[in-house]
Design a binder for this molecule. Structure first.
Ligand code: 26M
Length: 808
């Protein structure tokens, strides 16, 4: 018999040095003399991967999950970023690695920088999924992440003359060491065609197109390597490699057509995170990964059990937004058509296995599919959805509750399929991602459902992994915390509250400020390298990093920047708090206003940064290609965190949590998780301003006229004039007339309505920042009071309220 690896290997300086040189030779094919940094980085990745694999096997063999319940997290997006440092940190093998590299004349940080950033997600939703994987491993929950192995992740952003340019992203070209291809793990996925029923009660789906979903596995190491889960991503491949008949007849291009058609499905991530456009390829992607995942988990279940009625005891499936909501119909199809269960039983089982997380209330982001397109791509699922809709409506009518049936139909007016309603009806639990958001879900989109199923909607406020978002990205603060309170907080972030006692300790304060300064110097160097802008590291670093959206109101921040600029120019001799406005974020390629907002920020930056009267009092830096790796540099350096969405529109936010944990004070509206952050840090340690969600709802009912607000505020009025005068667009005076028009005519996101309150709170921040000792105390309290926002806490909540699984 073959001896398996039994215990994880131990990392010593010696073993790492020898291992590295061996990997470099036999896996990379280079000798040390000719190796590039990239070669060394791959060698180190492969070596660290060996350590990860030891733990992976150990975890699996420990039999933790024997006949237990498994969690399946289905997500269109996993925004994982780089993995090398994450693995090193979780396995606690940094010291021997640094030492071994030193002996080889190499620096760890240089090798880490070589790894490509896996950007298989748009923003918050995808990054949340990645934090959840980390926490599920931390808590030893036997879980699988399921998603798509996009060949191209989110586009790379660069600026040309201040305008956003998108370029294809290519994360796989330089060799991704973290995945294992599983060519034997593959499933057939069908599209299109027609359905027939035979006399024996069997349903047949005669597909128009079939492709294969092939598995690629990435191990996800939990804290201290105690548990390792698997992220399984599906890649689409043709069922046959080549059409030989066509090829032999000389028709080379058409012979390759099937291959291209098949591989197109997992080719590229859709770069939009607001508008749910009804594109056929997108629907195919959603079904592709959902079907493969369900087939895979059913196969795993059936190797252990035979009675599918037991499925809900052993399987919990989480739908990350409605993107995998087709799971409701697909699980029913697999149970009924393939495993011959009666529909009604299949429906019962389905509703006990699935749960759904909602991430937005924006109507344009709620997925809907035209019935015609849907029937063409998924003819059998159309029938199943019709059955569910009919059956569900009858069930509700039977209860005699006073609800609007129109609101709970899946098929809206016979024309469109509402995926939110499908997901809701097919789920055991439906959750929102912050207390406010969950309340609004109950009152708005799902109010009728909430009357029928009062226990179904639950809240699970988002969280972030403290490993990546403090321990890994902020070594100076990490080391200070360890010195002060030990290491407990890394695996149990609520323990970070122990450092609250040091908030007024002179020596701790000094070291905390020094750590912040060190991080600011690192960011200043990055700004210099990427933009050529010199910034003063003692200035207030004011950060807004997130996707560009009107509701997130980057525009309000830019208008405030202009107002401050005007004020500085008017009295340059006054007492100014030097500020650096830092922006990062991508606009969806088709979102024209968002792209113009980027151009405006860059135009404003150009004028301000080159105005000698202003000097160091104000600088503006829009860093291109904001991604996870850049976030890891910006966040530890922030003093002020901009969370200024129109109240009621940001479901939760998670950047707000990362910034607060790293000692930035928030300036924000009472929106999403800001509300809960404010409750924990206290009103003196956060700058809350503006309309509440209730105010916004009220204004929307009565109608809002921006004109008197603008004209009644001389500061804002001057800013508005500068937009149309060409002060920031001397090469094209008309460039910002459109933006001005949007603000004058309706201003749906209420930028002008909140402007004055926002401007005032910014001046409060200016004043407070000048008392650096007091500011440091408040920054410390932000770090020590937000331990609750660990994704470990969030996952404990899901485990208890949604999945019903035990945790470590
Ligand atoms: C939909 C259809 C077609 C193409 C793309 C999409 C799509 C992709 C991502 C739609 C929405 C997407 O993401 C929404 C999102 O990121 N929501 C954010 O989720 C975070 C985690 O819960 C919250 O913190 C944010 O407040 C919320 O905006």
């Amino acid at each position: 018999s073959v001896e398996p690896v039994t215990a994880p290997r131990v990392a010593t300086t010696e073993s790492i040095r020898l291992g590295l040189v061996e990997k470099l030779a036999y896996a990379v094919g280079k000798d040390p003399e000719h190796a590039t940094l990239q070669d060394w980085s791959v060698a180190l990745g492969l070596l660290v991967r060996d350590h990860v694999v030891d733990h992976w096997f150990a975890a699996t063999r420990a039999g933790y999950s024997k006949h237990g319940k498994r969690v399946y997290y289905l997500s269109m997006e996993f925004l994982i970023g780089r993995l090398l440092n994450d693995a090193i940190a979780n396995l606690q093998i940094e010291a021997p690695i640094i030492e071994a590299l030193g002996e080889l004349g190499l620096e760890l940080k240089d090798l880490l920088g070589q790894e490509s950033d896996a950007a298989l997600g748009n923003g918050g939703l995808g990054r949340l999924a990645a934090c959840f994987l980390d926490s599920m491993s931390r808590l030893a929950i036997p879980a699988y992440g399921y998603g798509i192995r996009y060949e191209h992740g989110l586009f790379r952003q660069r600026f040309h003359d201040g305008w956003q340019i998108e370029e294809a992203e290519d994360w796989l070209v330089s060799g991704h060491v973290w995945e294992f291809e599983r060519p034997e793990v593959k499933y057939t996925i069908k599209f299109g065609g027609h359905i027939s029923f035979d006399g024996q009660g069997q349903t047949h789906w005669h597909a128009e197109q079939t492709v294969l979903a092939v598995a690629y596995d990435t191990p996800i190491t939990g804290w201290k390597g105690a548990h390792v889960n698997t992220l399984r991503l599906w890649s689409s491949k043709p069922t046959e490699i080549l059409d030989l008949r066509r090829f032999n007849s000389g028709d080379y291009l058409n012979a390759a057509e099937k291959l291209i058609r098949a591989e197109t499905i997992s080719r590229v991530l859709y770069p939009d995170d607001t508008t749910a456009e009804g594109k056929e390829l997108r629907l195919k992607q959603e079904f592709f990964f959902t079907s493969a995942s369900l087939q895979d988990l059913l196969r795993r279940f059936l190797t252990e059990f035979s009675d599918l009625k037991l499925l809900p005891d052993h399987v919990s499936i989480q739908m990350n937004d409605t993107h995998p909501a087709i799971a409701v119909a697909e699980l029913m199809r697999l149970l009924a058509d393939e495993h011959r269960l009666p529909f009604i039983e299949a429906f019962e089982i389905t509703r006990k296995c699935l749960s759904y997380t909602n991430h937005t209330l924006l109507p344009e982001a709620l997925e809907r599919w035209h019935v015609g397109l849907f029937r063409k791509v998924l003819p059998r699922h159309m029938q199943i959805i019709e059955w569910i809709d009919y059956h569900h409506l009858a069930e509700v009518q039977g209860k005699g509750l006073p609800v609007s049936l129109d609101a709970i139909r899946i098929i809206d007016h016979g024309a469109e399929i509402r995926m939110g309603n499908l997901a809701f009806i097919g789920s055991k639990r439906v959750n929102g991602v912050s207390a406010l958001h969950t309340e609004l879900m109950k009152q708005t989109v799902f109010s009728e459902f909430h009357k029928i199923y009062p226990d179904r909607i639950v809240n699970q406020t988002n969280g972030i992994t403290p490993r990546r978002w403090l321990y890994e990205c902020n070594p100076p603060l990490r080391n200070l915390l360890i010195e002060a309170i030990g290491t407990e907080w890394i695996g149990n972030l609520e323990k970070i509250d122990a450092a609250t006692a040091f908030a007024t300790d002179a020596s701790f304060k000094e070291k905390f400020a020094a750590a912040k300064r060190q991080n600011k110097l690192r960011l200043a160097a990055e700004i210099k390298a990427r933009l050529g802008i010199t910034v003063d590291p003692s200035a207030l670093f004011d950060v807004q990093i997130k996707r560009i959206h009107e509701y997130k109101r980057q525009l309000m921040n830019i208008l405030e920047t202009i107002a401050l600029y005007h004020a500085i120019r008017r009295t340059p001799g006054a007492e100014w708090t030097p500020r650096v406005k830092i922006f990062g974020g991508k606009a969806a390629p088709g979102y024209h206003i968002a792209k113009r907002i980027i151009k405006l920020a860059n135009d404003v930056a150009k004028v301000i940064n080159n105005d000698p009267i202003v000097g160091d009092r104000l600088k503006v830096a829009f860093l291109p290609n904001y991604n996870v790796s850049l976030a890891e540099i910006i966040i530890p350096a922030a003093d002020l965190s901009e969370q200024i969405s129109t109240a009621g529109m940001e479901a939760s936010g998670t950047g707000n949590m990362k910034l607060a944990l790293n000692g930035a004070l928030t300036i924000g509206t009472l929106d999403g998780a800001n509300v809960e952050i404010g409750e924990r840090v206290g009103p003196d340690n956060i700058y809350i301003f503006g309309l509440t969600a209730a105010d916004v709802a009220d204004i929307r009912i009565h109608g809002y006229d921006p004109r008197p607000t603008i004209e009644g505020d001389p500061v804002l009025a001057e800013v508005m004039r500068s937009l149309v005068s060409g002060e920031f667009s001397s090469d094209d005076n008309g460039r910002y007339h459109g933006i001005s028009d949007v603000l004058y005519s309706g201003d749906y996101f209420l930028v002008t309505a909140d402007f004055q309150a926002y401007f005032q709170r910014q001046r409060d921040a200016d004043r407070d920042f000048r008392d650096s000792s007091r500011w440091t105390e408040r920054a410390i309290l932000n770090t020590t009071k937000v331990g609750w926002f660990s994704s470990d806490r969030t996952i404990r909540g899901y485990a208890k309220d949604v999945w019903n699984v035990p945790v470590a």
